[in-house]
Design a protein around this ligand. Sequence first.
Ligand code: NA7
Length: 530
Amino acid sequence: MGERDFDVAIVGAGFAGMYLLHRLRGLGLSARVIEAGPGVGGTWYWNRYPGARCDVESLQYSYQFDDALQQEWDWSERYATQAEILEYAEHVADRYDLRRDIEFESRVTSAHYDEAESLWTLEADDGGKTVARFCVMATGCLSVPNWPNIEGLESFAGPTYHTALWPDRKIDFTGKRVAVIGTGSSAIQAIPLIAREAARLFVFQRTPNYTIPARNAPLDPDRVKDIKANYGAMRARAKTSLVGIAGDYNLGSALEAAPEDRQAEYERRWLQGGVTFMGAYGDLMLEKDANETAANFVRGKIREVVEDPALAETLCPDNIIGGKRLCVDTDYFATYNRDNVTLIDVKGRPIEAITAGAVRAHGRDFEIDVLIIATGFDAMTGALNNIDIRGRGDACLRERWADGPSSYLGLAMADFPNLFTVTGPGSPSVFTNMIPSIEQHVDWITDCLGYMKARNYTAIEAEGDAEKGWWDHVQEVAAQGLKATTDSWYLGANVAGKPRVFMPYYGGFPAYCQKCEQVAADGYEGFAFA
Ligand code: NA7
């Protein structure tokens, strides 16, 4: 058996990599985390744009593995800011003394498996090399920024900022003419704040989005006290929900409800705020007509808020609500009533070019000082495909996935022994509260490694049939709902040339967890050990 530096090499020090390191220490395994950034936090390290917040409530978007941690940490608002989430990640890193096993500012470029030795060798852009028995990709679902393919993008003479690579300092837009390209979640959070500062704001919208008011506010200390007194119960309730979030879900049918009751229910949820708006009825993501009732309600709200009727129509989405990820905002639509904000509809009439001083669209130059790119991520597969991952017999993951990903449970791939992915394609991941999903994966992987350790196994590999069976199931489930009928990053539709394959598992968090538990209980069914 070959020499190894560590039992486990972990790529990424976001919430997945950090918790995995902690669990592996508990198992007595040595581990090294290799992280591209200078600090912990993953996506919350990089996404520092104005208004960046999580759309899952802070009391739930947090670890639950240690009750002392969840008791001692105090969130200040209903939805935590990026800064507060990052502070929390840093607190966790300090509290569990994680940094000593993390190599920062080292970006893994390749991971190659040596079958004879059952070892992975990882190489990084700083020349670093790590040899380990196991390799876990904790690389995140939204970690590779997607840049638009617009002529002249590099020729812009002023500062260009991508929301997902925002500098670690306050950018002052006072007196500036600013362009934002994109109207996804990041833009929807940033636009109202930038509009308040900038002299002019031009928003280039390709597809209007549905967004629900956040109704963000400081947390009520009595409510926090109540939740903390029964934290475990709330976490247990979350595990029974399809999305892993404790909330108010109604399984009834929107089509069977009386129109006035339905309107009242949507109104109640609109006032409550947040993504659980879609929890109003059980058929909203199953039946197009049901979905249309919710979509219509939101369009009605846009028409109420936006004073100029033509502008309101341009802001009204006509696709499925919840097809693309539903956004949560503060004052987004009202921002378009400001005199300094201009919406440019580039649907069907794409941005023509970017020049040294302007964005050119509709045959006109919109002169700007600052360019903001809010075009999202090469989601779910981007970070994995950026690494040259080679398994048994030099099998190349990137080539294997040329027509779209495939995985057993979103955890492992055939021909890639001893390689695990945390919240990989084929797991519920982005359809759920990410931190509990991360914990579930990390716990599963840790248990599996403990099982192997106890039996002196040196290699584990997903079987091809098991992977195929699971992936077919992922696709079947996706085809049953409305989610896959909309162009979105779930399908890779946002990245030019990316294969259109539905990537996350849409069968719900409870069913998925049950499947993972059953696989483990049956001696890791669908996996082969050596
Ligand atoms: P998203 O949600 O992928 O949004 C990207 C936006 O950028 C979206 O409105 C795109 O329009 C738009 N886009 C992309 N390319 C272009 C070009 N070439 N021209 C004009 N507009 C373009 O990314 P976010 O960062 O906002 O949010 C990602 C996730 O992070 C979010 O779902 C949360 O989970 C957190 P399109 O819709 O493709 O027509």
